[in-house]
Design a protein around this ligand. Structure first.
Ligand code: ADP
Length: 455
């Protein structure tokens, strides 16, 4: 719930503003009757102990207008109250209770009793407004009703304008009179702008807070979905692993001739079965690794290792694959000594394999050059290839889960986009980082893995 007079900002607001202002019209005749005629109060006779007031015919009109305004205002409040819930409902209850007390008690002592000729208890009416003020103040401070900032600005501006307005009438010369009026008008203008900007700021902040809350809810839901998905992948992969291992085992035995000799055609079919089972097992292993990583179930066995020996071993392992494609896979012997790293050997080995294997996979002709060197307190691994390159857009997303380059999906059907994600996670968990550089499509690529040296 916000407090404050809504200043018109758009044309449609302007229309509402004018129609709202029409509500004030009935006050004009009252002011007229009160100040320029004796229709409202005909005469007041002061005696020592009491005042004798004779009311005029316009007093009934005043009573009706008063009750009309109060009922309409209360009805508006009630209509809004019905749409509220939670804290806002509680705030409305305080306001309605305060307003109702003020209306009923005020109307009784200040309207009805004087109308019946009793002026003795008229002082009780204003006391009822104290109840209203107390209840509203309680709602403000205890339940953060209205923005205190807006209330303070409006009250401050109101007091200032009142003082400046009174000041106009204390002018003695016409110059002073004009001067005070100008100051009053200028202050009114600035006050209007001030309140407007505070209202705007408060409403912007409210909107931002609301959006942040919505975002948080969506985020929580997404995390929940992500968790369920990871659990699903984990369970499904476990279930797949056993039958796949059995298929792989039997096909391997068949290829070795355990079940008798095959013709060349039968042997080729069996070989394809074996390769496919192998690929599926690798995929299942990748998926299991990813779900372990995400569930924080992966454990690292750190020890001090020589990265040069590790990378050399990986290069030797992948050389036959490169050769088969007619590629040169080169490992440049480091010129200076490369420090050891503290790492989980198996996992870091897998990171290097993923990167070099990709370089071989995504290069059709030319070479893949692998090197290691020290870079301040880091050990930097680089793999440079003359392959298909990476577009600028892809560079930023390749290390995300299940993401593949936009121009590889049709040509290189083998692959699911998990290798680099795994490499990034492992590198980060080792306190290092991995990134790629490329000038674009068909311009080759460079992958860099940086790991902290062992202290
Ligand atoms: P996958 O190779 O299974 O698709 P990765 O996570 O290992 O998954 O790699 C993600 C994507 O990064 C690949 O699909 C490919 O588009 C791109 N990529 C990786 N290495 C290279 C490389 N050396 N040259 C060009 N693109 C590469």
């Amino acid at each position: 719930m916000r407090f404050g007079y809504a200043f018109p900002e758009h044309k449609s607001d302007m229309r509402t503003w004018w129609s709202t202002s029409l509500v004030l019209v009935p006050i004009l005749p009252i002011v007229f009757f009160l100040y320029f005629t004796d229709w409202h109060i005909q005469k007041i006779v002061f005696t020592n102990s009491y005042r004798d007031v004779t009311l005029g015919p316009a007093y009934s009109f005043y009573g009706l207008v008063f009750l009309g305004y109060m009922s309409a205002a209360f009805w508006q409040l009630f209509k809004k109250f019905k749409k509220t819930s939670g804290l806002e409902r509680l705030q409305f209850k305080y306001i309605m209770a305060g307003t109702l007390i003020a209306i009923v008690v005020g109307a009784f002592f200040n309207l009805l009793l004087p109308w019946l000729g009793n002026y003795q208890l008229i002082w009780l009416g204003p006391l009822a407004t104290v109840a209203m003020v107390v209840l509203v103040a309680y709602a403000i401070f205890k339940h953060h009703l209205f923005s205190i900032k807006v209330v303070a600005t409006e009250v401050f501006t109101g007091i200032l304008l009142l003082l400046l307005f009174v000041n106009i009438f204390s002018s003695t010369t016409s110059t002073q009179y004009i001067f005070s009026t100008i100051i009053f008008l200028a202050a009114a203008g600035f006050g209007w702008l001030l309140i407007r900007s505070v209202l705007f700021e408060v409403s912007s902040r409210e909107k931002i807070a609301k959006l942040a809350k919505q975002l948080q809810t969506v985020n929580d839901k997404l995390q929940q979905v992500d968790k369920v998905k990871t659990e699903f992948i984990s369970i499904a992969s476990h279930q797949l692993r056993t039958p796949l291992t059995i298929i792989k085992g039997y096909t391997s035995m068949a290829l070795e001739g355990t079940f008798g000799r095959y013709t060349k055609q039968q042997h080729d079919v069996m070989d394809k079965l074996f390769q496919s089972a192998n690929r599926l097992i690798n995929l299942v292993e990748d998926l299991l690794n990813i779900s372990r990583l995400e569930q924080g179930r992966i454990e690292y066995e750190y020890k001090v290792i020589d990265p040069v020996a590790l990378v050399r071993g990986v290069v030797e392992e992948l050389e036959p694959k490169a050769k088969k494609k007619g590629l040169r896979l080169i490992f440049i012997k480091p010129k200076h000594s490369v420090p050891h790293i503290r790492a989980d050997e198996q996992k870091i080995r897998q990171v290097y394999i993923n990167v070099i294997d990709n370089a071989v996979k995504y290069t059709e002709k030319g070479s893949v050059t692998v090197s290691l060197h020290r870079e301040e307190d880091k050990v930097r691994f680089e793999s440079v290839d003359t392959g298909i390159g990476i577009t600028k857009d892809d560079l930023s997303t390749l290390f995300h889960k299940f993401v593949r380059g936009s121009h590889v999906t049709q040509m290189y059907t083998e692959g699911v986009g998990l290798g680099l994600y795994f490499a990034r996670k492992v590198a980060e968990n080792h306190g290092g980082k991995i990134w790629a550089e490329s000038s674009g499509k068909d311009q080759g690529s460079k992958f860099i893995v940086e790991l902290p040296m062992a202290s």
